[in-house]
Design a protein around this ligand. Structure first.
Ligand code: ZN
Length: 239
């Protein structure tokens, strides 16, 4: 087989192997991003629960104030009742007292409800904090694993880069430029095999003359349809 063609096949294999690391890197980084997102979600949930507590405390304080006002009113009412002279006055004061007592009951009930709510939210926060701690632990472990994984990928990539560099240094500049030009659009399918007389880049059948050239492998043959560099895989060559 043509020496240049052999080099091109090798170069395309190396480039493909280098690019194959990208999805692995992305997957590893996505794992870290997912766990970080989980952390943020729980932190936000805790913040929301703390907000609820603050809100309930504020409402409780307002009710406390209201209770104080109602108690003052009832005390004043008592004094007025003692001084009341007419039936009409007494009835009016009784009605006022009834309303104030109803409001007092309501305010007390409201405080009870708010206290329950605060207790529930505090328990929820405690549970969320436990959950967060577990996730943070997992996250730290995962980050360590991913860092190791990425370092290993980097090492393998580096080895391939060196291999590529060595290969390129021996190759003709003209051939390299030709390869790079096709690679711009064909990405990792610059050099493709021919199977059943079809280009494995564009999957079109190639004519007999081109096929014969590919079988010979004496020169660099490109697909007449797509322009990719063609070669015959050894298995097919043997047939
Ligand atoms: Zn083609």
């Amino acid at each position: 087989m043509n020496k240049h063609l052999e080099e091109l096949i090798e170069l395309s294999k190396i480039d493909k192997a280098i690019d194959a690391f990208e999805p692995k890197i992305e997957t590893a980084q996505a794992k870290v991003a997912a766990v970080e997102e989980q952390e943020r979600t729980i932190e936000e949930e805790i913040r929301q629960l703390e907000e609820d507590i603050k809100d309930a405390e504020l409402k409780k304080a307002k009710n406390d104030l209201h209770i104080q006002e109602l108690t003052d009113k009832l005390n004043a009412n008592k004094r007025k009742s003692a001084e009341a002279k007419t039936e009409k006055e007494i009835k009016a004061l009784q009605l006022e007292e009834e309303i104030a007592r109803e409001q007092l009951d309501f305010a007390n009930e409201e405080i009870g409800r708010l206290e329950n709510l605060i207790e529930t939210r505090q328990a929820e926060i405690a549970a969320k904090k436990e959950e967060l701690a577990a996730i943070q632990e997992r996250s730290a472990q995962l980050k360590e694993e991913v860092a190791e994984e990425l370092a290993e990928i980097e090492k393998q990539k580096q080895a391939l880069f060196e291999k590529k560099q060595e290969l390129i240094s021996k190759m003709s500049q003209k051939i390299l430029a030709f390869y790079d030009k096709i690679r711009r659009w064909a990405k990792n399918t610059v050099v493709v095999s021919v199977r059943k007389q079809a280009c494995m880049g564009c999957f079109m059948k190639i004519n007999d003359k081109t096929y014969a050239e590919v079988i010979k492998g004496e020169e660099i043959t490109t697909c007449p349809h797509c322009g990719r560099i063609l070669f015959l895989e050894k298995e097919e060559n043997a047939e």
